[in-house]
Write a protein that binds this ligand. Structure first.
Ligand SMILES: Cc1cc2nc3c(=O)[nH]c(=O)nc-3n(C[C@H](O)[C@H](O)[C@H](O)COP(=O)(O)OP(=O)(O)OC[C@H]3O[C@@H](n4cnc5c(N)ncnc54)[C@H](O)[C@@H]3O)c2cc1C
Length: 410
């Protein structure tokens, strides 16, 4: 391809199918999610009727999620998440939470596992179901290698026995399918870990405390207690043969599948970044509109440079965060290695941007911004999660720091 042709092939315009999907999701976000957002934030409960409505139109479905994940441009999922989280982050996470569990199985599971379990994480209209991804533990948050939940193989019955306590699980305890990371060989640290599917109704799995949160309150977050939970051998994600050879390589000190797992994790970060971009965009749009209408000293407050410059910085920051997000999503789709941890970069910048611009939006709205009669205080509370979950901002900086320096930054 000549340089000219290469130049022409570059475009930041999503393909027509993605644009059409974006407008459709935006309609749901504007007409169904926005009007319900304040109520579900106050109720602090899973918004089942909204999930049901999304299922009815095919938005909450395995088909929708897989189509967007596999979209050839790489933009399907990030564009969809930006719109959903523009609608509302708490309800958005209730709709997206199963997707996180599904990705954990889809990225390392066998075709049989994908075919058996993913449909059970979504269900269908009239019978919606949820998935939960359970990695974090009380003593293993950022330090994933410290996971203590144990998985022991019982060869006589071809079952795995899971014991431990998970925490912070989105949809934990109310999900139909739980995807659990456990230690098979504690001596190998994170290389001795494996992922297990806990089928619906498994005995010994129960919900611990449900957390009362600062933001994203419509999303259910809880502890999950695993008390000698027996799951069939086929529930080990990727299968036993692959686990055994990975453990053997790790025991010999070779680089192993753990690297691949880290890469998969890195590849899913742009979708979390997109969620943050959605919240940030909502705040910028709202504050900008407000600033053109609110009059003080005989003119719209937006006519003051002090306010307009703030809005300019907010808009520029959101657009920059989106560009990093799209770049990472595009790289992931095209299997271009994240040599500078571009996935982490997108999550770091988008998360920090969401917190900053939602705070600025409160300032632009003045006293109104500080009340629950206006949505910006909720968006500010919601935004804070993006510097914490799926790797805190500090952990993202550590990953980027390692990538750019080549040093073992700790
Ligand atoms: C609402 C919500 C939903 C969640 N959903 C899920 C879920 O579905 N599944 C799941 O498995 N987990 C989930 N999590 C857990 C989330 O991923 C963890 O909270 C996160 O990884 C941080 O772990 P921690 O809370 O234990 O904080 P800690 O690891 O204790 O960190 C505390 C502070 O220390 C900093 N820190 C730690 N280590 C370092 C270091 N080496 N260098 C610099 N700073 C450091 C952190 O950045 C942070 O600021 C969720 C959390 C929340 C709040």
């Amino acid at each position: 391809m000549s340089p000219d042709q290469q130049q022409q092939s570059f475009s930041l315009e999503p393909p027509p199918a993605v644009r059409e999907m974006r407008d459709w999701v935006h309609g749901f976000a504007a007409d169904v999610m926005r009007p319900a957002a304040a109520e579900w934030d106050e109720r602090e409960q899973t918004p089942w009727p909204i999930i049901e409505e999304a299922a009815k139109i095919g938005l909450y479905s395995l088909d929708f999620f897989s189509t967007q994940w596999l979209d050839p441009s790489g933009l399907g999922m990030v564009v969809a998440f930006e719109e959903l989280f523009w609608g509302d982050a708490g309800i958005g996470l209730s709709l997206a939470g199963s997707g996180l569990a599904a990705v954990a199985v889809a990225s390392n599971g066998t075709p049989e596992q994908i075919g058996e379990w993913l449909p059970q994480m979504f269900g269908g209209p009239g019978d919606v179901k949820l998935g939960a991804f359970c990695s974090s533990e009380p003593d293993a948050g950022s330090d994933v290698g410290a996971i203590r939940t144990k998985a022991v193989y019982d060869a006589a019955s071809d079952e795995w026995v899971l014991t431990g306590t998970k925490t912070w699980a989105t949809n934990g305890g109310i999900a139909n399918v739980h995807v659990v990371v456990a230690s098979v060989d504690p001596a190998l640290g994170s290389r001795g870990q494996a992922t297990f599917i806990v089928p619906p109704g498994s005995r010994g799995l129960s919900q611990g405390q449900k957390f009362r949160k600062h933001g994203i309150r419509a999303s259910h977050t809880a502890e999950v207690v695993l008390d000698d939970v027996r799951v069939p051998g086929r529930c080990l994600v990727g299968g036993k043969e692959r686990l055994d050879s990975r453990l053997a390589r790790a025991a010999e000190g070779q680089r192993s599948g753990e690297q691949a797992a880290m890469k998969t994790f890195e590849a899913s970060r742009p979708s979390v970044a997109a969620m943050a971009v959605g919240v940030a965009r909502a705040a910028v749009e709202y504050a900008t509109d407000y600033a053109t209408k609110r009059v003080q000293f005989g003119k719209p407050i937006g006519q003051n440079q002090g306010v307009a410059f703030q809005l300019a910085d907010m808009q520029a920051a959101v657009d920059a965060a989106r560009l990093l997000t799209w770049r990472a999503a595009w790289m992931a789709r095209n299997r271009i290695p994240f040599s500078h941890a571009e996935g982490s970069m997108s999550k770091l910048v988008a998360g920090e941007t969401a917190v900053r611009v939602t705070e600025q939006a409160i300032q632009v709205l003045g006293g109104n911004g500080y009340t629950r009669d206006f949505p910006v205080e909720r968006w500010h509370r919601d935004a804070k999660i993006f510097t914490i979950f799926e790797g805190t901002s500090e952990i993202q900086r550590m990953i980027i720091g390692r990538a750019v320096t080549g040093l073992d930054v700790r």
